[in-house]
Write a protein that binds this ligand. Structure first.
Ligand SMILES: Cc1ncc(COP(=O)(O)O)c(C=O)c1O
Length: 369
């Protein structure tokens, strides 16, 4: 190990989570969303574990992500979740990546890129207002797909905006509109082999959203999509923990101040441990101001002073602490644990952003336990 900073990734947890999702979603298939390097967990390792546990396919955000998986030997269905720059489509077609479409220009570009009977998923915007064909354009686009020899309709899909807040009626309205559009497509003889709408939150909370497949991301990693879904996410196991070893120890006195800006002042003498991890690794600078803690010796300890680029400091009180002691930033130690969601709450964000923010310079260590 080159650094005293690493992320443990439990591939056994990934397998367990995918098996759990498969049984929840059945008979719908589970496609594991491994974009953004598997939400920071490692796309290839997660993909292998997920497929081994029953996932039927993979979803990525970028053509490069899909091509990298093909080059690593994955021959399963891989879906790119939104339209791509035309410059990427030749690679996508060659790699046999299934492509999401919602415009005539993308359909034409797939033909120019050499597509022949290439599988595409027609994405319809039922309320997310991010990407997708408008509801009143969907039928004409499906017709255009049917008429083209470059593509074939492999799927019809939509994306839900607020499934992580299950009390909000908006999700039911999105599903109802999607159902109506599927009926209109069927009347026009469009029968997509796959229909999909659900992310993790919808998979857990909205049975009507599961259709033929679900696109599960955060739940694959064992993290609840939101606090409102914690009761449904109970069987999932977090796969990632973020750890470091104490690299320096010192005693400070009452009145001493610490780190850039000297924003923390010690009330009494105390043992301070330095950890060689900072914001360049994905620990946000402001985690100090928002009460961030780490675990050392099985107890919560406050971060003191602003987090710097490569290092942060922790108040260990009167407890003995030594160079080389293990610290847990996300994960469990003793009876205590700190979750990515806790960071998210402190930082005004969500666990997704915390996990994706753990940078590439943090070693990932895999265990299959
Ligand atoms: C289109 C689409 N489907 C599915 C997902 C997976 O979402 P989640 O991680 O909430 O399961 C995402 C992730 O952002 C997405 O963009």
């Amino acid at each position: 190990m080159s650094r005293w900073v690493w992320a443990d990734i439990d591939l056994g947890a990934i397998r367990h989570n995918v098996e759990t999702l498969c049984s929840i979603a059945a008979p719908a298939a589970v496609w594991a969303v491994v974009k953004a390097d598997g939400y920071g967990h490692g796309a290839e390792q997660v993909a292998r574990a997920a497929l081994g546990a029953g996932a039927a396919g993979l979803c990525v955000a970028l053509v490069q992500e899909g091509v990298a998986l093909r080059e690593a030997g994955f021959d399963c269905p891989i879906l790119v979740l939104s339209e791509q720059p035309t410059t990427e489509l030749t690679s996508a077609v060659r790699a046999g990546l299934e492509l999401t479409v919602y415009s005539y220009s993308q359909l034409e570009a797939i033909a120019v890129a050499g597509g022949r009977d290439h599988p595409v998923h027609l994405k319809i915007d039922t309320g997310m207002r991010r990407v997708g064909a408008a509801a009143d354009e969907a039928l004409a686009l499906a017709d255009a797909i049917a008429e083209s020899t470059a593509v074939r309709l492999a799927g019809v899909c939509t994306h839900l905006a607020i499934a992580d807040e299950p009390a909000d009626p908006y999700t039911a309205a999105q599903i109802e509109l999607f159902d109506d559009l599927l009926s209109a497509l069927a009347v026009a003889c469009h029968h997509p082999p796959l229909v999909h709408a659900a992310n993790s939150a919808a998979t857990l909370a909205f049975p009507d959203s599961r259709f033929g497949m679900v696109r599960a991301g955060i739940a694959v990693y064992g993290v609840s999509p939101s606090a409102a879904l914690d009761h449904l996410a109970g069987p999932l196991r977090p796969a990632l923990s973020l750890r470091a070893r104490v690299s320096h120890v010192k005693q400070v006195r009452a009145g001493d101040r610490i780190s850039y800006g000297l924003r923390h002042r010690f009330e009494g003498s105390t043992n301070v441990a330095t950890l060689p991890i900072g914001y360049a690794d994905g620990v946000p600078r402001r985690l100090f101001q928002t009460g961030g803690e780490v675990l050392i010796g099985g107890r919560r300890r406050p971060i003191v002073g602003v987090v710097t680029m490569d290092q942060l400091m922790v108040d260990c009180g009167t407890d003995a602490v030594a160079i080389g002691d293990e610290a847990v930033l996300i994960g469990s130690q003793g009876g205590e644990s700190i979750s990515a969601a806790e960071w998210g709450d402190r930082l005004g964000t969500i666990s997704y952003e915390v996990l994706c923010g753990i940078s590439a310079r943090v070693d990932r260590r895999y265990s299959a336990a």
